[in-house]
Ligand binder design. Structure first.
Ligand code: ADP
Ligand code: MG
Length: 539
């Protein structure tokens, strides 16, 4: 018989190590993000200990520096943070997946800044160094009084060496001896590109080749009350140097039930749908994570630009998990709500300004209306319809405005639109003469938008101006005096039908006001709409 037993799983380091090295991160360049954020963490810790009175020495110059030595084939990341004693190296470095960051946060979580300022979490970042290095040295000296400098070295096998070292100041040097297959990183352009990408907004100054590469106080970390429009515009330029100024922005700031800060900008979209996508950058505690925010930000919001920073988005997990994550869902809902509230606020406070911007943001608003019910619920009060005279209406205003002339016997309103005012001007004119108001629906997503309106708005039927003979849309009492006999009409009808040769077309010969042709040719709405949808379904 098998005896009942309990035990602890064990891991063979020599087997797990290659896995960490190869598969921990898909992108090898991440090593620099990890080592620099460790240096930043060490620096934040010493600042915090100093503010708690647990460290009383000089803080000194707290810059983190990155150095490249092409001849020696090394990259060195140095900080003047808390450093490590030999004991601490054994605890934090030799124990893979033991996070000193988490331990620090646990200890100081109730103190000012104790939780917010630390990046590390999983206790694996340091080992990403072995994705590019054949050998790593640590030379470090703890902030603790009488601490001696220590040197640790490991060549990526499971054996390490530790011993005394020379180091004058408190802090740590991480020296990477770059492996033969990773020499692409021994290049100052490559390094500066990686540093820019991940470290542009790290909270401690990072120096590379005698230049500070980052802005440690990006605006999303500041209080909106302390910021001017110029600050927001300048930051936009910092993010997208070649873009036109944005129209307006939203400063995001929540701490419950999840942490999230950021600034989202509304770019001038016009009819340009594809170009502007995927510009939102995702950060976690000021460390750049990705600009693929597909799973975190609803599709229509991806038309916005800017930065989202959240320590609560689980980053080291698979994409499918991310979609199902309840925090991510909440973040989605929150951002959607904030964006809708901002638009609603501008609409209420400055209707004229809102109308002026609507040509630029209409595409975005309509996309939201189409794709997100919660957004629709708010947007139905500020989403605008424009008529051929350039006048704007909300849905309710429009319904009210056309009710006298465009409501049929069944109490259903017929709304007419043109998607090409120039080409369809004859139809638009005819409709107007019959007292119809005509909307302009000429953006790429309007075919879908119209579909949603018909679905959501009760008793509204939407047709393109050339869809059906205007006179047949609504039975009216007005009888125009006919200038053509029935026989003449019949003849003309047969003649035109023969000329067009399409069974789908309707030819109507009708007495028209004297300045018009007496013939109208129309195509059924459903047929045309199908063609339109096919044309835009690639969007
Ligand atoms: P994490 O940062 O997630 O805790 P890492 O593997 O990146 O995990 O680092 C492990 C631990 O090693 C850190 O938590 C920290 O205690 C220690 N450490 C790493 N780099 C430094 C450094 N530059 N200065 C001081 N301690 C460091
Ligand atoms: Mg780390």
């Amino acid at each position: 018989a098998v005896a009942q037993e309990k035990g602890t799983l064990s891991i063979h380091t020599e087997n797990i190590f290659p896995i960490i090295k190869k598969f921990l991160y898909s992108d090898h360049e991440i090593f620099l993000r990890e080592l620099v954020s460790n240096a930043v963490d060490a620096t934040q810790k010493v600042k915090q200990l100093s503010s708690y009175g647990e460290f009383n020495g000089e803080l000194g110059d707290l810059k983190v520096t990155v150095k490249l030595d092409k001849e020696a084939k090394t990259i060195t990341v140095s900080d003047r943070g808390i450093g490590m004693t030999a004991e601490e190296i054994k605890k934090y470095i030799n124990q893979i997946a033991f996070s000193g960051a988490t331990e620090f946060v646990e200890k100081y979580k109730d103190k000012e800044g104790g939780k917010e300022n630390i990046i590390g979490h999983f206790g694996l970042g340091f080992y990403s160094a072995y994705m590019v290095a054949s050998n790593v040295e640590i030379v470090t000296r703890s902030y603790k009084e009488d601490a001696e400098a220590v040197r640790w070295e490991c060549d990526g096998s499971t054996e390490f060496e530790i011993g005394p070292a020379e180091r004058e100041h408190r802090g740590t040097d991480i020296i990477l001896h770059i492996a033969a297959d990773s020499e692409e990183f021994l290049n100052e352009h490559r390094l500066s590109e990686i540093l820019e990408k991940y470290g542009k907004f790290l909270p401690v100054e990072i120096e590379f080749e005698d230049k500070v590469i980052n802005n440690p106080n990006p605006i999303w970390t500041k209080n909106p009350a302390d910021l001017t429009d110029e600050d927001y515009l300048a930051f936009y330029k910092e993010l997208y140097p070649y873009s036109e100024d944005p129209l307006f922005w939203i400063h995001l700031n929540v701490d419950y039930p999840f942490n999230l800060t950021g600034v989202l900008y509304f770019p001038k979209l016009k009819n340009d749908f594809q170009m502007q996508r995927e510009k939102i950058k995702l950060y976690s505690r000021q460390v750049f994570i990705t600009d693929e925010v597909k799973d975190i930000v609803p599709d229509f919001l991806q038309l916005l630009h800017g930065v989202i920073d959240s320590p609560d988005i689980p980053l080291n997990v698979s994409r499918s998990y991310l979609q199902a994550d309840s925090n991510v869902k909440k973040i989605n809902g929150y951002i959607t709500r904030k964006v809708a509230d901002k638009l609603s606020e501008i609409f209420k406070n400055d209707r004229e300004g809102f109308e002026k911007k609507f040509d630029d943001i209409g595409l975005f608003v309509k996309y939201g209306v189409i794709s997100d019910d919660k957004f629709y619920d708010k947007a139905k009060d500020f989403c605008l319809l424009k008529n051929t005279e350039g006048k704007y209406f909300t849905f309710d205003e429009y319904r009210e405005s056309v009710k006298d002339n465009q409501t049929d016997k069944n109490d259903t309103q017929i709304w007419l639109y043109t998607n090409d005012p120039e080409k369809q001007d004859a139809f638009v004119d005819t409709a107007k003469k019959r007292s119809y108001d005509v909307l302009v629906m000429d953006t790429v997503i309007d075919p879908h938008f119209i579909g949603v309106l018909e679905q959501k708005l009760e008793k509204v039927n939407i047709k393109r101006v050339d869809a059906d003979p205007v006179d047949k849309l609504i039975e009216k009492d007005v009888a125009l005096e006919s200038v053509l006999s029935d026989e003449q009409k019949e003849k003309a009808k047969t003649l035109y039908e023969g000329l067009i040769g399409s069974k789908m077309a309707t030819v109507q010969v009708e007495a028209m006001p004297t300045d018009e042709l007496p013939v109208v040719i129309t195509f059924p709405e459903f047929m045309r709409r199908m063609t339109d949808m096919q044309a835009t379904s690639g969007q």
